[in-house]
Write a protein of this length. Sequence first.
Length: 330
Amino acid sequence: MRVLGIESSCDEFAAAVVERGRRVLSNVVASQIDLHARYGGVVPEVASRAHLRAAIPVVDQALREAGGGWHGIDAVAATYGPGLAGSLLVGLNVAKSLAFGRGLPFLGVNHLEGHIYANWLEDGSGRGDPEQPALCLVVSGGHTDLIHMQDHGRYHRLGRTRDDAAGEAFDKVARLLGLGFPGGPVIERVAAGVAVPDFELPRAWLRGTDDFSFSGLKTAVLHLTRDAAPPPREQIAAAFQTSVVDVLAEKTARAARSAGVRQVLLAGGVASNSALRREITARSPVPVRFPPPRYCTDNAVMIAGCAYFHLARGERSPLSLDVQPNLKFA
Ligand code: KG4
Ligand code: ZN
């Protein structure tokens, strides 16, 4: 079964074709980073308008690169939440129209579940499917969730952030340091030049829960930057990243131990951070998997992949499905 997937929840319009939820036949992402960078963040109206212009060419390219155009496409899937309403609207309605026009089954996908399914995509290493039950750490611009995945479609959320998401903290700290947008990749790059930071920033352990908090850390960085003689920004970036990674890795390893899972799966844009991948792998009691970086940040491959597992169980969404900007997961 080949699924055409569409993702448009934020500032990327993406389309992809994936076979059996694992083999990537095409992967097209139209990024708007240049459009939003001068505002220091995503402007919803600008994103929605850019999606409208990108939609049909991106879908056409994904079909062309997969080979055979519409021939061989068995279903259409799109993200319906969570995300920006105006952004979601474009991708969801394009997907529903295409499914209707072609007489194909349609499925709406939860963006966060999509991120997790990036771990099922073949990465060329021949490693096979992840093992379940698994503990999933979903770390993106909008979410920081620890999710116990018993089986396909069976999730239980163990913890979440109480304030800023991990990616949001990277973005805000990068802004404070004048490093630009998006913050994650640039902080990782700047911090890479510092072996061990000269000082420590706070860590919110929140004992007795699997929840997270990053707003105190962000405030600590703000105070540092206002110092009469602030430390060099690569030092601040490194201390910040070390603090985020320490908390994420320690709490994930602890939760994996007490939940008795067989694997840890990383997902979401922040999962492309190599310090995070390294620390979790070092501390986890069970094997850790993470998608290649291009499948960690927003893409449509993960949406098509996730949709396959629902479609294979006979699930379909009605064409009346609407966007749900605050769609919950687990
Ligand atoms: O999953 P994603 O592409 O979009 C959302 O669903 O939010 O995640 C985007 C977030 C941004 O906050 C970005 O700064 C962060 O992921 N990010 C990173 C890295 N690459 C992207 N954070 C830390 N290190 C990275 N290398
Ligand atoms: Zn995302």
